[in-house]
Design a protein around this ligand. Structure first.
Ligand code: SF4
Ligand code: SF4
Length: 360
């Protein structure tokens, strides 16, 4: 916070970067910076790196101005500061690849163990037609287990973002107006501020590209499509009485296939981009949290696609258990991992849109 405060004070005197993203115009609306203000600015930053490359005071200059890295550190600390319940805020520091994979494998082992206890033959049996997935575990038990994990994640995320929203001090009356929310949806949907002021994102050198933005889009929309596939399948089950698995041309499968491709290609691209980025721009201490999240999205996509291709073979049981394990691990680590960056950024974008409307 001290370093973020120092840099924002330097930048507020300089203002050279004000056209690059939302951080600098939002900073210019302030003379001093509370912790809430700094958390707000940190979550407006998309880490494009443009202000580091453009800055005449970046290292080795004695002013040592490194806005992307300093805001990345502040951003990661803000996730822990607003986590709910606070007792679990330390999970952010430990939320790495190993924990996510252990959680996924534990749930997969639980499902396989449950199936084996009831009827060992279902594990590698060939099951086809409606209800085939529920040979492993009854639908109601599956829905109860995953529904509870999902609802917990949603509630924990809601409590966290509520604390963040209150701390960053909404300018009017604490509520977000429809126009600001709509503007924030547009900005988030097109990743408006991950473009380095229009030229692209700075990665391994000072030649900007749109690579990170494209992979981020694939991951984001892949996730949304998979969520839509699950939602449609739930409606099929409860409203139409149609049980999974569905034929390849049916809506849940089409949505899930497109989403699965996004969740495979996007995370691979993001991982490669992260590996190639200039270390000066990164908060390397949070590497495990970033990679853990990317890996869980990738595992969810890969196991889902393998399940689709091999669902009419004896591999269906183990693949379904692995896929459900990956989804379960994704859910329970959501409120304590990199997933929160999307929620906090969206709240910061709403606040920014509000400030601009108020100032206009
Ligand atoms: S990052 Fe550097 S150039 Fe940009 S506003 Fe701050 S001090 Fe000025
Ligand atoms: S890294 Fe990019 S998004 Fe972040 S403050 Fe600098 S220019 Fe803005």
């Amino acid at each position: 916070m001290d370093e973020a405060d120092r840099l924002m004070t330097v930048c507020n005197s300089c203002r050279y970067c004000e056209g690059l993203c939302a951080v600098f115009p939002a900073m210019e609306m302030r003379r001093a910076f509370s912790d809430g203000d700094l958390n707000y600015l940190a979550n407006l930053c998309h880490a494009c790196g443009a202000c580091y490359v453009d800055c005449q005071f970046s290292p080795p200059h004695e002013f040592n101005v490194n806005v992307p890295k300093t805001l990345a550190v502040a951003r990661a600390e803000s996730y822990a500061a607003y986590a709910w319940p606070q007792a679990l805020s330390g999970a952010f520091a430990r939320n790495g690849l190993v924990i996510s994979i252990v959680a996924a494998l534990s749930m997969a082992a639980f499902i396989l163990g449950f199936a084996a206890l009831n009827d060992r033959s279902v594990l590698f049996g060939v099951h086809t037609g409606p209800g085939a997935f529920y040979k492993l575990m009854p639908h109601n038990m599956m829905a109860g287990l995953f529904g509870a994990a999902f609802l917990y994640a949603v509630f924990a995320l809601f409590m966290s973002v509520r604390a963040f929203w209150r701390d960053i001090g909404p300018p009017i009356d604490g509520r977000a107006d429809g126009g600001s929310i709509f503007q924030a949806i547009r900005d988030a949907g097109e990743l408006r501020y991950l473009h380095g002021g229009g030229v692209g994102c700075y990665n391994e050198d000072d030649k900007p590209t749109d690579r990170r933005k494209r992979y981020h889009h694939l991951t984001f929309y892949g996730f949304l499509l998979c969520f839509a596939a699950t939602s449609v399948a739930t409606l099929y089950h409860y409203l139409l009485g149609r049980e999974a698995p569905y034929p390849w041309w049916d809506l849940p499968v089409v949505l899930g296939t497109l989403g699965g491709i996004g969740l495979i290609v996007g995370p691979i691209g993001l991982f490669m981009a992260k590996m190639g980025r200039d270390p000066a721009l990164l908060d390397e201490t949070r590497y495990g949290m970033d990679v853990g999240f990317i890996a869980m999205l990738f595992l969810t996509g890969v196991t889902g696609m393998l399940l689709l291709v091999l669902r009419e073979t004896g591999a269906m049981g183990p693949l379904l258990a692995l896929h459900l394990g990956a989804v379960f691990a994704l859910f329970i680590t959501m409120p304590y991992g990199k997933f929160v960056h999307g929620i906090y950024r969206f709240a910061a974008l709403v606040r920014y849109a509000q400030e601009r409307r108020t100032a206009a």
